[in-house]
Design a protein around this ligand. Structure first.
Ligand code: AMP
Ligand code: MG
Length: 403
């Protein structure tokens, strides 16, 4: 049985082989959040475009500044002012944050460090050349590539595009992810379930996870635990870029997903992973499309999506597979778990001073959605650790949607 790292690697390897060139679309910066860039973005000029003052204060020639002595203030420069004249010897100019520093000035003295006596500006201390000035071109030179294909566009990347005037961006289209739940007991979320029926919550968590990962969900509904119904709906799912099924992959008599996929020509790369929850997770390729069969217990579905489906969506978006959002935390309570499986337990991480401390939540196992809704992370217990003591360092995977 593969470890979760090996299983992730398999997904990355196999989907990576098949990713090909992606369809692209041109999107305004206002609408491109979370998309993957499919072009280069270059600066339209140098940044900053002029020597920029980073403080409100006085532009000076640092050699002329003597502690306790003064210089005559010859005027002021506001942000946006055209600056063409050099600083005259023996004078200073009042200057604002974001304004251009004139030629012959090589420092800005903060307003907090002077005393104004009429026309005279008296300095408390010496000035260092370059202080409080960002030189022209020091952030980027003209025509420099600042964003490259494959980068995911977050708020900083979009601000950078806006700064250089790249207001329309060629991006990869979001991969379409078919979501198909399975199970005779499953009803629509707006139906009233019979006493032994269950609402289709997995389609909701999966659609949300697909969106967060940068894909576009195509929710196909639910297939009964019957070969014909499964076959028909899987066929539809294979028209999208990826197919994600929930349920029907365990050892039960009515767990038919794998056999139906096999009959449709699927090649499997794993059908079990040494994890809990989520051990029966299946990954294969069917008719050229990556297919994931995730165990139906809701927390298993969520965990296995994060571990295995997210990297596939990344690759199909033209990005690199993201690393898991792992951080190290200190365990708040001793724990024991079964050897041989990596456990992903609903937990809360809290920052105590600068030290993240994590505590597993009480839960009833992988059907317990309420426990996960109280969690802000998964506590990772390695497969070779039977017990972990209080205060030991452990890994947690942050739930980036709520942290
Ligand atoms: P399975 O993986 O099909 O054996 O299902 C395992 C457990 O998950 C069962 O208790 C199912 O009722 C539950 N389950 C399966 N599919 C869903 C779903 N779409 N939404 C909520 N619970 C589900
Ligand atoms: Mg089932």
């Amino acid at each position: 049985m593969l470890s979760y790292e090996q299983a992730r690697y398999k997904v990355i390897e196999e989907v990576g082989k098949r990713k090909g060139p992606r369809a692209t679309t041109v999107v305004s910066v206002w609408d491109a959040l979370g998309l993957v860039l499919a072009q280069e973005v270059r600066t339209d000029r140098e940044y900053p475009p002029f020597d920029r003052s980073t403080r409100d204060g006085y532009a000076v020639n640092s050699k002329e500044v003597m502690p306790g002595a003064g210089l005559k203030c010859a005027g002021e420069i506001k942000a946006g002012d055209t600056v063409s004249e050099a600083l005259a010897a023996g004078t200073c100019l009042q200057i604002m944050t974001g304004a251009a520093v004139p030629a012959a000035a090589d420092a800005v003295v903060m307003i907090e460090h002077v005393r104004r006596e009429g026309e005279l500006v008296r300095f408390e201390r010496a000035a260092q050349p370059g202080q409080n000035i960002v030189p022209r071109g020091s952030e980027a030179v003209a025509a420099q590539i600042v964003l490259s294909p494959g980068m995911r566009l977050g708020y900083a990347e979009l601000a950078l595009a806006a700064q250089v005037g790249a207001v329309q961006l060629k991006c990869a289209k979001r991969p379409r992810v078919a979501i198909l739940s399975t199970g005779d007991e499953i009803v629509l979320i707006d139906e009233t379930p019979g006493p032994f029926q269950i609402r289709n919550s997995n389609s909701v968590s999966l659609a949300s996870q697909v969106r967060i990962a940068g894909g576009e969900p195509a929710v196909l509904g639910n297939a009964a635990d019957r070969i014909e119904d499964l076959g028909e709906k899987i066929e539809r799912g294979l028209k999208e870029d990826v197919l994600v099924l929930s349920g029907g992959v365990s050892m039960g008599k009515y767990d038919l997903v794998e056999s139906v996929l096999k009959a449709m020509g699927a090649e499997f790369f794993f059908d079990a992973v040494a994890i809990r929850p989520g051990k029966p997770a299946v990954f294969g390729v069917c008719q050229g499309k990556p297919v994931f069969g995730l165990p139906g217990n809701p927390v298993s579905t969520m965990v296995t999506f994060e571990l295995f489906v997210v990297p596939a969506i990344d690759l199909l978006s033209g990005a690199e597979a993201r690393a898991l959002p792992l951080v190290e935390a200190r365990l708040a309570e001793a724990m024991r778990e079964k050897l041989g499986l990596t456990h992903f337990l609903p937990a809360r991480v809290e920052w105590r001073g600068n030290v993240p401390e994590v505590k597993a939540l009480r839960w009833q196992g992988s059907g317990d959605i309420a426990a996960l809704a109280r969690a802000n992370c998964f506590l990772v217990i390695p497969d070779d650790k039977e017990s972990i003591e209080i205060g030991e360092a452990v890994a947690v995977i942050l739930r980036k949607d709520v942290v």
